[in-house]
Write a protein that binds this ligand. Structure first.
Ligand code: FES
Length: 529
């Protein structure tokens, strides 16, 4: 046997461990920045992060064991346990030894993450940067593969520094609405809160069947709570349905032609079935009653899924749901639980019997789920729930307007460092930018830039309505200006913003419009259609 076999093995193990460790750090940074876009906390993304770190440990073990077995270079177990005791490049080896101890601390606290205070885990996890730095110095100074290590180190250091700086800057931007170029619905507005509004079960939309949809079949109807039915849908051709992530919704095209948006509340990993849950809204406009009248085997159609309420990565989540507002929240809770992230759920309802999926949620952790029944407990103590969360908590809330308003006011006045994401059943209560009465609607023209067609928008019709005569598949949901689904890019002209999507600080924008309610100040408006 080649006497240098163990030495070669030690080098391969060391290099692989360092590369995998670096990949773990880079992937972790990618997860916690928006370089990949507004990612959700799917278990798969975190699994890869963990997989890389475990693989790094495996190769680290190979590195250490091979060094102990090797006689080519005299580095024994005592030298690997105690820094600065090695005869071979003592300082260079010491950086590696210290990095191993820090790496073990990071791994152990990650394993104990659910059992230790979150801030302990976070502080120790920050040491991953030190592990990367020490490991890189160790690889550069202790190894003998200088060329490949040097160039790899340059690339990895550049990637880590870029992503770390990006994360810092991105973090600042979320607190500065005037300088951010992000989607206004997904970041704080003038009051420091984010909103991702979209209508929910029973929302009073005025949509009618403008669009053909994907044909699906009702496979199951099940009572989920008082007046709430869970509807399972499958593709009519038996094939897989489009992928979706927590917070997404579909538009259900009912047999009458009515279109209603409903949040998906099933399992995103199940591509064969969609689940929605619909509250029968007494005195509504008929959409929910029609859903409750559906029968198993009945064909309907859907469009979407679309996601205006994405679950962004955060280190702590507080979910607040009221009534049927639990539907978009439930997949989020499951995603956070599957990812091992700390979360709490405050779920209020008229009574226990009216609270859909309560048992399913309690099964995720009854110490994290607080059910508040209005008939016996009164209203949820929102202030207490918020007070128990650490700063920078992502607060996701969906439910009646009164609930959302209360959460919003509390965060504005007492918890400004929490980040609020809401989904509404209807337009928000009057906001500062709506306090004034809009000017009377006048006639104007809209140019569809790609085709060059110019359409007249009479005073008594919406721009969306007119555009759909030519482009029938322009998406929409609420058609009341609060969900953002109908967003169009403006290429020329001056929009007259009448929506509640844009926060007050952005109502001067000329690059975007929500045509279901907004109009034009200029005689003609050119849109990217
Ligand atoms: S459809 Fe909701 S904002 Fe236009």
């Amino acid at each position: 046997m080649d006497p240098r076999l163990w030495w070669y093995l030690a080098r391969v193990g060391g290099l692989m461990s360092w590369w995998l460790l670096s990949a773990t750090v880079v992937w972790g940074l990618l997860l916690y920045t928006r370089v990949l876009g507004p990612r959700t906390t799917t278990a798969r993304l975190f699994d890869l992060h963990r997989f890389l770190s475990v693989l790094s440990l495996v190769f680290l073990a190979v590195h250490v064991l091979a060094l102990v077995a090797d006689s080519w270079v005299d580095v024994g177990l005592p030298q690997l346990l105690f820094p600065f005791t090695s005869d071979f490049r003592p300082v260079a080896v010491a950086w590696g030894v210290i990095a191993v101890y820090l790496l073990l601390a990071v791994e152990v606290t990650s394993l104990l993450r659910r059992r230790i205070p979150h801030r302990w885990w976070r502080y120790v996890h920050t040491c991953a940067f030190a592990v990367f730095a020490l490991g890189t110095v160790h690889a550069l100074t202790a190894g003998t593969d200088t060329t490949v290590v040097r160039w790899t180190a340059v690339a990895l250091i550049a990637a880590v520094v870029f992503l770390a700086v990006y994360r810092l800057l991105a973090g600042r931007r979320t607190d500065d609405p005037d300088t951010s170029d992000d989607d206004p619905r997904h970041r704080p507005g003038e009051d420091g809160m984010a909103a991702s509004p979209r209508p929910q079960a029973g929302a009073a939309t005025t949509a009618v069947a403008h669009r053909p949809g994907r044909e699906v079949v009702v496979t199951q109807l099940r009572r989920a709570a008082d007046d709430v039915v869970a509807v399972h849908l499958a593709a009519a051709d038996g094939g897989p349905l489009p992928a979706w992530e927590p917070g997404a919704h579909i538009d259900l095209v009912l047999p009458s032609g009515l279109i209603r948006p409903y949040s998906l509340c099933g399992d995103p990993g199940d591509r064969r079935t969609y689940r929605i849950a619909v509250l029968h809204a007494r005195g509504g406009r008929g959409g929910s009653a029609e859903v409750h009248a559906l029968r198993a085997g009945q064909p309907v159609a859907i469009t979407g899924p679309r996601n205006r309420f994405p679950l962004v990565l955060a280190e702590y989540y507080l979910f607040i749901a009221g009534g049927i507002g639990i539907t978009p929240i439930m997949p989020m809770v499951k995603a956070a639980a599957a990812a091992g992230l700390p979360w709490r759920l405050l779920y209020g309802g008229r009574s226990r019997a009216a609270m859909a999926f309560a048992d399913e949620l309690l099964a995720l952790g009854d110490d994290r789920v607080r059910l508040v029944r209005q008939d016996t407990d009164g209203l949820p103590d929102l202030a207490a729930a918020l007070a128990e969360t650490p700063s920078a908590t992502a607060v996701y809330s969906c439910g009646p307007e009164a609930l959302l308003t209360a959460v919003q006011q509390l965060i504005t006045t007492r918890f400004p460092d929490r980040h609020l994401h809401t989904e509404r059943f209807g337009p928000p209560a009057t906001t500062p930018h709506q306090a004034t009465t809009p000017s009377p609607a006048g006639e104007f023209h809209v140019e569809l830039h790609r085709s060059g067609r110019v359409l007249k928008v009479p005073a008594d019709r919406s721009m969306l309505d007119v555009i759909r005569q030519t482009v029938p598949d322009v998406p929409s949901s609420c058609e009341q200006g609060f969900c953002g689904d109908c967003e169009l890019r403006v290429l020329d002209g001056i929009p007259d913003h009448r929506d509640t999507v844009l926060p007050a600080g952005q109502r001067h924008r000329r690059d975007v419009i929500y045509p279901c309610v907004s109009r034009a100040h200029s005689p003609i408006l050119s849109v990217d259609l």
